[in-house]
Design a binder for this molecule. Sequence first.
Ligand SMILES: [Fe+2]
Ligand SMILES: [Fe+2]
Length: 337
Amino acid sequence: MNAKAKMAVPESLNEEFYQISADIIQSFNKFRPPLDIFVFKEEVGRIAPYYKVGERLSKEQIEELSGLVKEGLIFVSRADHVVYVKHIAYQLDLVLVDRNLKESEIADIFLEALTMRMEEFLDQPIPVVKQKLWEDLMVLTEYLWGDVYRIKALAKRLHKEHSLAKHSVNCGVLGLTIFIRMKFDAFANKDITRNHFNRLTVGLFIHDLGMTKIPAFIREKPKPLTTDERTKINKHSSLGYEMLSKLDLKYKEIEACVIEHHERVDGKGYPQKKKDKEITQIGRICGAVDSFCSMITKRPYAEAINIEKAAGSISQDAKYDSEVTRHILAWAMTVKS
Ligand SMILES: [Fe+2]
Ligand SMILES: [Fe+2]
């Protein structure tokens, strides 16, 4: 936005409209943008319709529009939030350039985008699909790197329904929340490298990728599992670990999340029955967060428990790292379920 436009456009407009940047407008279909567009008329000091969905912009209008955007005079309605969120979700890097989005809107966009990418990846866990997920997760880490407490708005939006993709996103977001709470001093002192942060983020999100090798009828069975089915399910952490090399994901943080998230500090987990500090810290975080996230959504075989109750119960369970569950409990106190 240039200085002239800044003075001319009243701040109050932001309540009802998003001001659109050149990057965003370029990402729309040129002739047929996906939502209504408005222009701020400087002479009358009011906003007026410029384009309506379903119409087609002429070449002249497209040129004119690009000039108006540069002057900061083009807006879309916040009532079109859903369309806008969906649109940006496909080009997530736009959230980093759009200065007009509120923190809550950015959080919605991340949840939408990452859930979609996660679904695609779990549907087809192959390198090209992984790459898209990886790129979007790097947009998330870039966003958080600027201020790690931005994770709070995302953690308020955990999915309430269960699917493997939604569970994965919940674990990624909450795992990061807990990691950030536990390591805040390390972030402040810059003791955490960006690479470490990037990789553990990916690890938390994809911890269950081995589940893609387990038939859906077992994964989604609404009744208690037979011993045989349980044995099959329990292979998912090793199966996931085996998938990492083909996906070019052999990093220790990712390996830890995938192979250790069902290890328990009392040594009664699987697959290696590691105990206490034999399990890496990120593995212990991922394990507790994974169980907690399962408890708070309705699953095929169990009802959802509210956040405070689930946090209370996990914090009293000696199978989990008490430092991790203390942080889950402290976080749970800050959100309403
Ligand atoms: Fe798992
Ligand atoms: Fe899980």
